[in-house]
Design a protein around this ligand. Sequence first.
Ligand SMILES: [Zn+2]
Length: 131
Amino acid sequence: MATRAAKPAVTEDVWSADELAAVRDRLLTEIEELQVDIARAEASLALGNSSEGAGDDPADAGAKTYEREREIALTLNARDLLAQNERAIARIDAGTYGVCESCQRPIGKERLQAFPRATLCVACKQREERR
Ligand SMILES: [Zn+2]
C-alpha cells in the first residue's frame, strides 16, 4: 500500500506557527534597524538645531533647511514603517495576521511574504490607492 505523503496543504491562507514565528522575527529585526535609523536621524537633527541661525548666508540656510526637511521626512517615514511593523506583530500575537482589515478575507500568503506589513488584500489596497 502506497503511503500517501501527507499532502502539504498548500493553503494559501493558513499559517503554521513556524511561518508566523519567521515573519515575526523578520518584523522584529526590521524594527531594530529602524530604531537605529531613527536615532541616527534624530541625533543629526539635534546637531542641525544647535548650529541654526549661525550664518546669514540665505543660500546656506536654504540648503540647511532642505537637508533638515529631508531628514525629518526620512524620520517620519521610518517611524511610520516602525508603527506598521509593530502593528503586524500585534496582529500575529492576536491571531489576526493575514486577514484583510477592510474586507476580512485572507490577504494571501504570497503577498504577505513579499510585504509582511500588508494589512489589506490586493483588491482593497488597489481600491484605496485609487481614492
Ligand atoms: Zn480586502
